[in-house]
Design a protein around this ligand. Structure first.
Ligand code: 0O2
Ligand code: 0O2
Length: 266
């Protein structure tokens, strides 16, 4: 039996793997944001399994302590949430592009096309991830789950019911959960059918937000160089732009301010 200090030491490379992977996927998302593009990644969370859960699972799988790191695949767990069904497969492609470089994909489980009996849907990848930590070089297993926001909503609730009923969920509750999972699936299909509208609306929102950000920086610069009156005029023109159904009005104003600043002798 490991004591708590041994467990803490054992979990260090897993903690590091989760932190590094979270940063990598969050940065990927930020890249889309910075370009004003639609991101297939909505948000990323991660966790290291609790010692009590590791012990419970190792008992269930009949693993000895020295087999845990080799056989328990989800001590490090990353969850990537997507808005749309199609985004899941785009993220899978992005991960496959990193295979052999950043990490090695050991295998994949598509519980979306092949849902679990409970109604659970998600795409899982088991990877081997290299970490250089204080104790030296390690390779740890990690599980990456990719799912839509709707699938996540269902899975979180179903998981908490399993916890409440200690994995003995009464049959009527199971049936209702399966029915709810079918509704979630219908919702995901419906949203996927609206993908072009959703993506273009979100792209427009990002472009307008970027233009407002750039204009605000320019107006600040104008005030800093003593052109407060002109800045106030441009500010009122920006405030008067009410039609945000196209990115043109704000982009045009941005260009005019850029020209004005370019011509300004100071
Ligand atoms: P932001 O910009 O504040 O959203 P952490 O270590 O805190 O980065 P952790 O511990 O893995 O992340 O998980 P946690 O704290 O449960 O949530 C992590 C991130 O997921 C947080 O954002 C939450 O805001 C975001 N999040 C959780 N639920 C939702 C959701 O339903 N929709 C969206 N869009 N985001 C959600 P960050 O990383 O702190 O950044
Ligand atoms: P946690 O951390 O509590 O989520 P198997 O032997 O195939 O039944 P295995 O090999 O452990 O199971 O892996 P599986 O089923 O591919 O995926 C394991 C993880 O997927 C689970 O982790 C859950 O996070 C999630 N999962 C799988 N099935 C379901 C389900 O029916 N409902 C919900 N809500 N989540 C599910 P753990 O071990 O439960 O740990």
């Amino acid at each position: 039996m490991k004591d708590i200090r041994e467990w803490d030491k054992f979990l260090i490379p897993y903690e590091q793997a989760v932190e590094e992977l979270k940063i990598k996927f969050k940065t990927l998302r930020k890249g889309y944001d910075d370009l004003g593009e639609y991101s297939p990644i909505e948000f990323v969370v991660g966790r290291v399994k609790k010692v009590s859960s590791i012990l419970a699972k190792s008992r269930l799988l009949g693993l000895d302590y020295d087999e845990i790191s080799e056989k328990m695949e989800d001590i490090a767990g990353i969850r990537i949430m997507c808005q749309l069904l199609g985004d899941i497969y785009r993220v899978v492609e992005l991960l496959r592009e990193r295979d052999g470089k950043d990490f090695t994909i050991l295998y994949e489980k598509d519980y979306i096309r092949d849902k679990k009996e409970s109604g659970y849907r998600s795409y899982h990848l088991i990877i081997k991830y290299p970490v250089h930590c204080a104790a030296g070089y390690r390779e740890v297993l990690a599980e990456i789950q990719i799912r839509t926001l709707a699938m996540n909503f269902w899975a979180i609730i179903e998981h908490s019911l399993n916890y409440k009923f200690k994995d003995q969920v009464p049959e009527p509750v199971q049936k209702r959960l399966q029915k709810a999972a079918a509704s979630v699936w219908d919702l995901d299909l419906e949203m996927q059918a609206l993908k072009e509208e959703i993506k273009s609306a979100q792209k427009l929102f990002k472009q307008n937000a970027m233009a407002v950000h750039s204009i605000n920086s320019q107006l600040q610069l104008m005030s800093d160089i003593g052109e407060s009156e002109m800045a106030a005029q441009f500010q009122s023109r920006m405030d008067a732009i009410l039609d945000l159904s196209s990115s043109e009005p704000l982009e045009e104003l941005h260009e005019q301010i850029t020209d004005y600043l370019g011509e300004d002798p100071s």
